[in-house]
Design a protein around this ligand. Structure first.
Ligand SMILES: [Fe+2]
Ligand SMILES: [Fe+2]
Length: 149
């Protein structure tokens, strides 16, 4: 990937992270089960950190980082609010689908970037966080569906 492609790719990640922040914020307020709401809040803080790190890296590469409040994060807010009207199980399933997409997007970027080890090490950290989030969501979904082993 050329530097411009890396910047564009990181901006796509950043928009997804800003959207995740909106979704998790809405769900943290909507979820009634205290333990699950606390877990969602913990994930929310990690996603905020991801957005900050992506913003910093895009600036270091000379790019212009996407900002909260642009069209795509407003979409995140709308999605977060509308899916926040569903059940806890529906919210967790929606969050899981976002985490699964993030895992695939970060993996593809890590595979494709050739010469930017700083960006790759940041993306690897984000990828491991998203895998942890997906694992936690899967375990809570299994409990709510009565399918835990
Ligand atoms: Fe993230
Ligand atoms: Fe995540």
């Amino acid at each position: 990937m050329e530097k411009n492609e890396i910047i564009n790719s990181l901006n796509r990640d950043l928009r997804a992270e800003l959207s995740a922040v909106e979704i998790y914020s809405a769900h943290a307020q909507a979820i009634k089960e205290d333990e699950i709401a606390q877990g969602v809040k913990a994930i929310l803080e990690v996603e905020r950190g991801h957005a900050q790190e992506l913003t910093k890296r895009i600036e270091e590469l000379g790019g212009l980082p996407a900002k909260s409040g642009e069209a795509e994060t407003r979409l995140g807010k709308a999605l977060g609010v509308s899916s926040g009207e569903g059940s806890t199980l529906e919210m967790l399933k929606f969050e899981l689908s976002e985490e699964q997409q993030a895992i695939k997007d970060y993996s593809a970027e890590i595979a494709d970037i050739m010469y930017d080890t700083s960006t790759i090490s940041m993306l690897k950290k984000h990828l491991m966080d998203e895998i942890d989030h997906a694992d936690w969501l899967k375990s809570k979904i299994a409990v709510l569906e009565g399918k835990q082993k």
